[in-house]
Design a protein around this ligand. Structure first.
Ligand SMILES: Nc1ncnc2c1ncn2[C@@H]1O[C@H](COP(=O)(O)OP(=O)(O)OP(=O)(O)O)[C@@H](O)[C@H]1O
Length: 626
């Protein structure tokens, strides 16, 4: 038997849920009620623009007042007001949004109305903090004033009211558990957080200001009491980019982050099709860090602050930026996991990524010098971006810079072209040599320079990921850190350097060196390098080091992280010292000399520490004495 029907919802059951669980944060009630007041003003403005009201719209404003004695919070506005029918329709029917109805009615007649309300639920958030709510309202139409009262049960009363002025006044009789909201600083804090950029003036009490006046030759300071307007109704992002100067963006930045260091540059977003998005994003000076900056972007919906955790709305790498995004098209009242699958959110996220890449390209095009001067501060961001979004990489690959040890910047693609002739190995791979710390690798860099090679400085925390990524993206290119092997092995050419040692001599030499090094950490190899190269070179293989670094960045140590540090020790059989070690008659003398050159190699790698270092110094002093 098939049966169909409607699931019935009893308002008695749903009301307590709305009251307690509609929003997890109780402080939201103020945002909702102030937004309703702002909407009421915006609606009146829209009607005035269409000639549908004769109301005065010069001084539209919302006011919040707290009466500690009466334990009330009042939110009043001089907006559109409501008639008795409207109160019945919009307030008595939960989830019937007058805001949405208004937007639909006027959507063809006017441009954006900037109306915030949408769901028809916000008003009821008042009951999260109030045991009783009263509405006094008078419509702009001149209809009789209305008084509505509800004590939090499902019954309400609606009467003729005595409000004389146009607008709506909502009074919350704050319940015992919510008395914290009767504190001025609490209300200020909430207004500051959510309402700082609402488009209509919001007044909360008064404040004292000092005015300077001319009194003859002198300046006189007088104190005056003025309305405390808590918001800036015209923040930079709602203005047209053409109307703003660099300084305006900077001062808006200071308004958002009074204590932050000045940003490098900004991007003004302004889209109205196929979705609505405005905002200003700032590039902070990141230096070499990826952690500190996150969660600095503030998300607004029609100028109401919604959240500063933007994950899910913008790609993760963009959370390194600062600034404001405003879009009525982001479904913010829903869960984060839903956000990621929302098509508008995806489009917005792609758009921002594109805009950011466009801006970077524009700066590069306008002035290479300017771009280069900013590079050290933005490279981590760019690296993070290209590692996480392939599309971003495609847009910035032509302007991804590398800096050589002489301080010269070049786009990586140009750099590879430049080194191709000299730094291509016998397997036809062009080898990019890099260092994370030129001072530490001075010896190796000098050896590379002697061969006519160039070394680039890659010192970001993401370097090991970046080089692996670039190896996948760039054809026939590999990266090697300059200390990963001897220079001849880093870029292996066809012609081998002949060895001065015979096979027997090499076999004699190996155990001497093995005897002065710990077997668990070092593997010894006798090789033939140039005579002028170092007698012993200690290196950590590129692959192993990279894996360890990547796993350290990713948190857990993983498989490679658990492996002990391993180094390879290459003894340069062509170096005169090595021949003289072999020539020594006594085993002790051979060992001492071998130990000395090994220690020198360790020292150059910053690997000689503690007792070993003390012993080395002592031994060196003895050697000099002799
Ligand atoms: N201060 C006010 N002045 C005039 N009308 C109001 C006022 N407050 C509420 N209303 C009317 O009551 C309706 C319901 O308000 P409510 O806050 O519950 O929902 P909303 O603002 O439409 O949507 P949301 O749930 O997204 O806030 C509003 O759409 C509006 O028509």
């Amino acid at each position: 038997m098939q049966q169909t029907g409607n699931i019935s919802v009893q308002t008695e059951n749903i009301f307590p849920i709305i009251k307690k669980a509609l929003y997890s944060d109780h402080e939201i009630f103020l945002r909702e009620l102030v937004s309703n007041g702002v909407d009421a003003c915006q609606k009146l403005k829209t009607l005035a623009g269409l000639g549908e009201t004769t109301s005065e719209i010069d001084k539209l404003r919302v006011e919040v007042a707290v009466d500690k004695k009466k334990k009330t919070i009042t939110i009043s506005d001089n907006g559109i007001g409501m008639t008795a029918e409207e109160v019945d329709k919009y307030i008595n029917q939960i989830a019937f949004s007058g805001a949405e109805e208004f937007v639909n009615k006027y959507k063809d007649k006017t441009e954006k109305t900037g109306i915030i309300g949408h769901f028809g639920l916000g008003f009821y958030s008042a009951f999260m903090v109030a045991e009783k709510v009263e509405i006094h309202t008078k419509s702009h139409t001149g209809a009789d004033a209305v008084k509505w009262t509800c004590d939090g049960s499902t019954s309400y009363s609606i009467d003729k009211g005595d409000k004389k002025e146009r607008g709506t006044e909502i009074t919350l009789f704050v319940d015992k558990d919510s008395e914290e909201f009767l504190e001025d600083h609490r209300i200020s804090g909430i207004l500051e957080k959510y309402c700082k950029f609402l488009p209509v003036e919001i007044k909360f009490g008064t404040k004292e200001e000092t005015k300077k006046e001319k009194d003859g030759d002198k300046e006189k300071e007088t104190k005056v009491t003025v309305d405390n307007i808590i918001n800036n109704p015209n923040p930079a992002w709602v203005k047209a980019p053409a109307d703003l100067k660099e300084e305006d963006y900077k001062s808006f930045f200071r308004e958002l982050y009074p204590f932050a260091e000045e940003p490098l540059f900004h991007i003004h977003l302004n889209v109205d099709y196929p979705f609505n998005l405005t905002g200003v994003l700032y590039f902070p000076k990141l230096k070499n860090s990826v952690e500190v900056q996150k969660n600095k972007i503030q998300l607004y919906c029609n100028q109401v602050f919604v959240t500063d955790s933007v994950e899910g709305v913008v790609p993760e790498f963009l959370t390194l930026l600062q600034g404001v995004l405003d879009s009525p098209d982001i479904p913010l009242n829903v869960s984060r996991s839903y956000l990621q699958s929302d098509s508008n959110v995806k489009k917005i996220s792609n758009h921002i990524t594109k805009k950011v890449a466009d801006k970077l390209n524009e700066i590069y095009k306008n002035s290479k010098e300017d771009f280069e001067s900013k590079w050290e501060d933005i490279k981590v961001f760019i690296e993070y971006g290209m590692l996480s979004e392939d599309k971003f990489y495609d847009r910035i690959k032509k302007i991804f810079l590398v800096k050589d040890t002489e301080g010269k910047h070049s786009p990586i693609q140009d750099f590879i072209e430049e080194i191709k002739a000299t730094q291509t190995n016998k397997n036809k791979k062009t080898v990019v040599l890099y260092t994370h710390e030129p001072n530490e690798h001075h010896i190796q860099i000098e050896a590379a320079k002697n061969k006519g090679y160039k070394v680039v400085v890659m010192d970001s925390p993401l370097t090991s990921h970046v080089v692996s990524f670039m190896e996948q993206k760039l054809e026939n290119v590999t990266f090697s850190r300059i200390d990963a092997d001897s220079i001849d092995k880093l870029i292996e050419k066809d012609e081998e350097i002949p060895s001065k040692l015979s096979k027997e001599e090499e076999e004699k030499l190996k155990p001497i060196f093995e005897g002065v090094l710990s077997k668990d950490k070092f593997t010894v190899e006798i090789g033939s390098l140039e005579e002028q190269d170092q007698p012993v070179i200690i290196s950590q293989p590129e692959f192993m080091r990279r894996m360890k670094e990547q796993q350290m960045m990713g948190g857990g140590a993983g498989f490679y992280g658990t492996l002990p540090e391993m180094y390879s020790v290459k003894v340069n059989g062509n170096h005169p010292i090595i021949s003289s070690i072999l020539a020594k008659e006594k085993e002790e003398e051979q060992k001492d000399l071998a130990k000395q050159v090994v220690d020198l190699a360790l020292l150059s790698q910053n690997l000689l520490k503690g007792e070993d270092l003390s012993k080395f110094i002592k031994r060196s002093v003895e050697l000099i004495k002799n």
